[in-house]
Design a protein around this ligand. Sequence first.
Ligand code: UDP
Length: 377
Amino acid sequence: MREHYDYLIVGTGLYGSVFSHEMKKKGKTCIAIDKRDHIAGNIYTKDVRGIQVHEYGAHIFHTSDKRIWDYVNELAEFNHYVNSPVAVYKDEIYNLPFNMNTFSKLWGIKTPAEAKAKIQEQIEQLHITEPKNLEEQALSLAGTDVYEKLIKGYTEKQWGRDCKELPAFIIKRLPFRFVYDNNYFNDRYQGIPIGGYTGIVEKLLEGTKVLLDTEYRAFLSKQEQRRENGEDYITFDKVLYTGMIDEYFDYCLGNLEYRSLSFEQEDLPECDNYQGNAVVNYTERQIPYTRIIEHKHFEFGKGEGTVITREYPAEWKPGDEPYYPVNDEKNNALFEEYRRLAAKEKNVLFGGRLGGYKYYDMDKVIAAALDAAAAED
Ligand code: UDP
């Protein structure tokens, strides 16, 4: 017996699950596989005593696209969480993103004019005309003090590279403003789904058959084997692949680089409030982790005890989880070559952070998946 589907979705993260949801609306059938033992990819959240633990790092939903905000609000109720991380540098505490609270703490000043003058004074000594890399971009935006205390160490830890070797766009993700406003994002809409992200993906995958602990290649050979043995097997017309694009092609053009992370989770049932904020960044180079997340603060302290996670950046090597594509010139050029191969691959679509080798936020992932689904007939 042949079990046939219109689409095989490889990866049940946000991209794959939105795509499958949309294709179902069009009357198509989908089967989804995931190599992990749970759905939802890196937005997976797990309930620990009423605390939604973001198992693969903090995920704060933010967007300026009303279409996307309405889309996610159909799937879950969002709370009014606003991300306001705190940075620790040596024994000093600063508000993020870089704003009047940060500048006032740094220099003891009060007004935007004073802050601008201070930064200008530092920038003038640098003589940077056109920023060519992250270091120059950061320095010409924020001056030496902000760069040295709050950017350099953190960024070099996160990316495992000198700031001079990193693309400037990474730092442009961070707002920089002369008002007393600690909201990390400039977006119009922001929040955390009450009860976590896993429920959203469950809803998106309603009506899709899901096979966990199932790796793509192993799945294909297993079906082939079953067919040869005269057993029931699964077939499909098209594939949506959301894994690493270079892995799909057996790294035939070489390795794309990624950054990985390792998470050290600590369950503290007796502690009510560990750090007083959901996200605390450690911007010093000497401290090996970049941040500590205290998950209960994403939902305003709900749940018993607390759970914290230290996030350690790591170089990616085959077998590790890839979290961030390294979108520098060299890797982007290699990705373009893979993209040309991908375009020739019949009946296979590629998407998501790994399939598209792009440092996407969640709202951009959803938008891209909606567009990809709309382009299908
Ligand atoms: N960044 C920094 N200091 C901080 C936080 C962020 O210099 O305390 C810079 C760093 O270069 C980082 C980038 O801003 O790579 C983006 O940070 P974001 O928090 O957006 O990263 P994500 O949450 O996606 O890991």
